[in-house]
Design a protein around this ligand. Structure first.
Ligand code: TRP
Length: 412
């Protein structure tokens, strides 16, 4: 992706149900548009999906389906990295760090948790409770400028921003504070069977949504069965949530204004309106379904998209994770970690809370041995030697047991 000079957008969708028309209208369409101005990291949030039980075979099949549908909906893999959240270990690594600075009370207040857990909060899984923290990790790892999310994720975004500020004030400026972006075009589509709840791919009743891959006869049936209101007038009105929702869907797939649709159906009944709506949806989804079919069969291509996406995501996220580890005082284990082997001539004394471990002494001697071709009997365990070998990569520094190079040489 040669796009990294642009502002960065990161977003994700959980493979917790089949991608449906609300996801296209409220998310994917906008993501495709934002690629022109933003470097894009688009994540399939499989680790979030398992906060509710998933059938393993379905989860795997759906994850590939998501990749192919992202591409079919206009995501350009030359411009965007598409990746599986589980392919990038930094997400769960940062999750842990953030867990250690997140008050329980903050998570208990999350409305989505309260809704999903219902009255059985003690029985739900820890992962569901921790969901917002993983989401914060997803976002903060990339230094995202923009995070497109639906309305229902606003509270999680606020939490993310709060966590970032709190971390920065405790440990220094590590995280960029991300902006929330709620899509412009996104009509908020409601359930076909229950217009009081948002249309959702995780709805246990598939008649509540039109999936992007629903065949025409299924779409006709679902629209025919969609809940309407009393009366027969096709008119958007707060007292007619069913028809208002179908009108919004009609407007979204046809690109027409609601008023002109209403005008066309004056004196006509719901049945004719619904028949036409179903045909409009079928026409709208047809090119997406055709593109999907041409991509979906090519497993090599799908794997390659995921491999490239994960490479880009790992590179970016690991840099942030290393800064976080550094900031909170974890020894990074990087080969150039100068806090363990200080540069030649450094006179800084070793930190008192960082005593030289036995392996470090072993390493010191071993390195001298390597330099002089002498074989010395190292009075250390084999395990310590193995550790030392793994870490001894250069002779340009002083070991942690000595303060200066001179002292270090005297020890030989
Ligand atoms: N929680 C989001 C949703 O259900 C999905 C998601 C997970 C996400 N991680 C994210 C969205 C990071 C944006 C950024 O819609």
């Amino acid at each position: 992706m040669g796009e990294l000079h642009k502002p960065l957008m990161l977003t994700g969708l959980q493979p917790s149900g089949p991608l449906m028309i609300g996801n296209y209208i409220g998310a994917l369409k906008d993501w495709a548009g934002l690629q022109a101005t933003h470097a894009s990291f688009l994540m399939i949030a499989d680790l979030h999906a398992i906060t509710f039980p998933q059938d393993p075979d379905v989860l795997r099949r759906r994850s590939f389906e998501f990749v192919a549908l992202f591409a079919a909906c206009g995501i350009d893999i030359g411009k965007s990295a598409i990746f599986m959240q589980s392919h990038v270990p930094a997400h769960t690594q940062l999750l842990w760090v953030l867990n250690c600075v997140t008050p329980m009370g903050d998570l208990q207040r999350m409305t989505q948790f309260k809704d999903k857990a219902g009255r059985r909060a003690m029985d739900v899984h820890v992962g569901l409770f921790d969901y917002p923290v993983l989401m914060a990790a997803d976002i903060l790892l990339y230094g995202a400028d923009l995070v497109p999310v639906g309305d229902d994720q606003r509270q999680h975004m606020e939490f993310t921003r709060r966590m970032a500020r709190k971390f920065n004030s405790a440990y220094g400026e590590v995280f960029k504070i991300p902006a929330t972006y709620t899509p412009r075009t996104g009509a908020r589509l409601m359930g076909l069977q229950d217009p009081a709840v948002k249309m959702s791919k995780s709805d246990p009743n598939p008649d509540n949504y039109v999936a992007l891959l629903d065949p025409p006869e299924v779409i006709r049936r679902k629209i025919r069965a969609a809940v309407t209101d009393s009366g027969s007038e096709v008119r958007g009105d707060a007292s007619k949530p069913g028809i208002s929702n179908l009108l919004a869907l009609y407007a979204a797939v046809s690109g027409e204004r609601t008023e002109s649709i209403e005008a066309r159906y004056v004196g006509k009944g719901y049945a004719e309106f619904k028949n036409d709506l179903a045909e409009r949806i079928i026409d709208f989804l047809d090119p997406i379904q055709k593109r999907y079919r041409s991509i979906e069969a090519d497993r090599v291509l799908l794997n390659e998209i995921l491999r490239q996406g994960a490479d880009q995501a790992r590179e970016r996220s690991e840099t942030t994770l290393a800064r976080v580890y550094e900031a909170i005082g974890l020894v990074t284990g990087r080969q150039d970690d100068r806090r363990f082997y200080r540069p030649r001539g450094s006179t800084r004394r070793q930190s008192p809370d960082f005593p030289a471990p036995a392996t470090a002494r072993a390493l010191h001697k071993r390195r001298n041995v390597m330099g002089t071709e002498e074989t010395k009997d190292l009075s250390t365990t084999a395990a310590a030697e193995t550790d030392a070998d793994a870490e001894c990569i250069s002779d340009c520094c002083v070991c942690c047991c000595c303060d200066t190079e001179e002292e270090c040489r005297m020890e030989e």
